[in-house]
Design a protein around this ligand. Structure first.
Ligand code: PLP
Ligand code: COI
Length: 339
């Protein structure tokens, strides 16, 4: 264990000691099983493999300066998974089961929670898949829910540092009434080519407009977007983006800091009026945006000329992280402390 270089972890998978699993069979969830095996036995005709009946979540546990371990907004992740379940016809996982399995798997892998000073955290990845063999396009009758954990560093190199994005007009990640609001694998499959091409062209990430009109801002890769102007935090309202729990938290914190908050459609041209812009998510935390290029329209929106995050983004970042690490009172009751 002493060989883990905590401060230089990337956002990737590392084997830990245990995962936890629970099977849904005959209309009910079974007992929680603790497992040290990394692979899963799966029928080759399982609905998850053929028809994308698969959902996941992402949350983090952090070692805090007071010696405690805090998990951020666990109930919100459970609720979003339930919404995804309704969206793609899977049985809802009860919040209490989600909570028990999350606490159990973090506790079992406590030695993999990075130390506070490293800036790294323990990423918790719940996964729910349809396991019934099926050739017709129907929901499965049997499911496997599992949670694994892995220590991770920042999603983007450099952590709280500016990134450049490119608007992709050639690809849509999700349709207006499609599955973009759910955390299902298909949305990420739809993003792989756009992401690859953005990297090839020298950008940190791709940036999506709404699929129907290509007029409004949707999301930044696997993170929500926010823009700031006139002491106002502005974030897209769209039927095709994931309801980010980090964004929801930032809207609250922006209000707490005395900012106005607007959640509404944001036309692309409005990008030119923002003083600051950022991407937010569990993996990204806040990743400030230096610029967004729209090569096909011959436009470029610049938010940082010196590569440094703006003052409001910095304040929001510091406030969010202080709460996540127990350095500020958790007035909204967002953290679960591991006993
Ligand atoms: N948007 C997408 C497409 C994501 O995959 C994520 C990551 O979970 C987010 C936004 C951010 O959501 P959250 O803040 O809940 O992690
Ligand atoms: C997250 O922010 O938790 C994500 O899910 C992003 C990505 C790794 C899918």
């Amino acid at each position: 264990m002493s060989e883990i270089d905590w401060a230089n972890l990337s956002f990737g998978y590392m084997k830990t000691d245990y995962n936890v699993r629970c099977y849904y069979h005959n209309g009910k969830w079974g007992e929680i099983e603790v497992c040290s095996e990394e692979t899963i036995p799966l029928h080759m005709a399982a609905t998850s493999l053929h028809y994308g009946q698969e959902a996941f979540e992402g949350l983090k546990a952090r070692h805090c300066p007071d010696g405690k371990t805090r998990i951020f907004r666990l109930e919100e992740n459970a609720a979003r998974l339930q919404s995804t379940c309704r969206g793609i016809m899977m049985p809802e996982l009860p919040t209490e089961l989600f909570r028990e399995m999350t606490l159990r798997v973090v506790k079992l892998n406590e030695r993999f929670i990075p130390p506070y000073e490293s800036g790294a955290s323990l990423y918790i990845r719940p996964l729910l898949i349809g396991t019934t063999a099926q050739v017709g396009v129907h929901p499965a009758e049997d499911y496997l829910f599992l949670i694994f954990v892995t220590p991770v560093g920042p999603y983007f190199k450099g952590g709280f540092a500016c990134n450049n994005y490119v608007i992709t007009r050639a690809y849509d990640r999700s349709a207006p009434l499609g599955t973009g609001i759910y955390k299902v694998g298909g949305n990420y499959a739809a993003s792989l080519r756009a992401n690859h091409e953005a990297h090839e062209a020298g950008y940190a990430c791709e940036f999506y407009l709404d699929a129907k009109e290509k007029k409004y801002i949707d999301e930044c890769g696997a993170a929500n977007f926010f823009g700031i102007k006139d002491n106002t935090y502005i974030t897209p309202k769209s039927t095709s983006i994931l309801p980010s729990i980090t964004n929801k938290s930032l809207m609250q914190l922006a209000e707490d800091l005395g900012m106005k908050v607007e959640r509404r459609p944001i036309p692309e041209e409005e990008l030119g009026t923002f003083e600051e812009a950022g991407a937010c998510g569990t993996a990204a935390v806040i990743s400030p945006i230096s610029e967004i290029d729209d090569p096909e329209a011959g436009k470029k929106y610049v938010f940082s000329h010196d590569g440094k995050p703006g003052p409001w983004s910095t304040k929001l970042y510091e406030k969010l992280v202080a709460i996540q690490y127990g350095l500020e009172p958790d007035v909204h009751g967002w953290n679960t402390i591991l006993e």
